[in-house]
Structure formats: C-alpha cells, structure tokens
Design a protein around this ligand. Structure first.
Ligand SMILES: [Zn+2]
Length: 156
C-alpha cells in the first residue's frame, strides 16, 4: 500500500457500525447498571481498591470475585480529545468529545467515556462532570456532562 499524498481521499475497508459488546459476562453488572442510568464498578472485597477495567485478580493477592458497587457518577475531567471526523467508515454522530473522567467515589479509576451536552465541544480540563447517560436503540452508554456549564461563558 502506498502512502496517500496530501489532499487525497483514502477509503478504508468497510467495517460494520455496531454497538459496544454489552453481553460480556465479566461486564454484565456494568451494562445492567448503565441500562438503569447508573454506574457500578468492581471493587476488591479484601483491600477495597477499585478495579477498572476488571481483571483476573487484585494486586493485593485476592483472586476471587469482585464486588460491584454503585458510585455517584460525579468527577473531574482529567483530559479529552475532540473527534471531528469519523474513525470508521459509516461512523455517525460527529463531532463528539471522548473524555477521561476521574470519579469522586472510585479513587484511582479513570473512565473512558463521551462528554455530552452544552459545552462538550470545548471543555476545560479539571471541569466538574456528572453522569448523563445516552440512550440508544440497543444499549445505554454511561456518558458524562459538564456541571453548571454556562452557555454564555466563552469556551477556553
Ligand atoms: Zn485487593
């Protein structure tokens, strides 16, 4: 494959547009809660550290099941990126903002999500965010929105 020259349109192989895999057994509590507009995360029952993304065990040595615990869904925007063009052919809903959110109730967890609502096109790192689920035909995503965003305020 040759490198495209500047300004040339590149067509990638067709990839089906599909929802996230919400039927993985290890993540069922997460998606069940998301469907109710809630957020739950796995926590080690021995050392009480949060484990996101859930793995086969905890660094403390615990190898059994994790507890799925509810969190308030409030936090801080750690960082973000703005997607202006479709990542995959046929992608829709552009532009949008992918966010990395630090949760108040889950120390050490940074959740990859989308930032939605007013001001999501030009957020400020460190801004307060809150859970604001986005409902689709087949699933609900635990997306976040800016807290107290003033539409009149100039974006930074
Ligand atoms: Zn542990």
């Amino acid at each position: 494959m040759t490198e495209p020259t500047r300004g040339e349109t590149v067509v990638a192989p067709a990839v089906p547009d599909h929802p996230p895999a919400t039927d993985l057994p290890d993540l069922q509590p997460f998606w069940d809660a998301a469907g109710r507009g809630e957020l739950v995360l796995p926590r080690c029952p021995e050392c009480e550290s949060w484990q996101w993304y859930p793995g086969p065990g905890c660094p403390c040595g615990h190898t059994g099941e994790f507890e799925w615990c509810g969190v308030r869904g409030t936090g801080v925007l750690y960082t973000f990126t703005r997607v202006e063009r479709a990542f995959l052919p046929g992608g829709s809903g552009r532009p949008y903002t992918v966010a990395l959110v630090e949760l108040d109730d889950a120390r050490g967890v940074r959740l990859v999500t989308d930032l939605v609502g007013p001001g999501s096109d030009a957020p400020r790192i460190g801004a307060r965010v809150t859970l604001s689920p986005s409902v689709f035909d087949t699933h609900t995503l635990p997306t976040f929105a800016l807290v107290g965003h003033d539409e009149e305020a100039a974006p930074r």
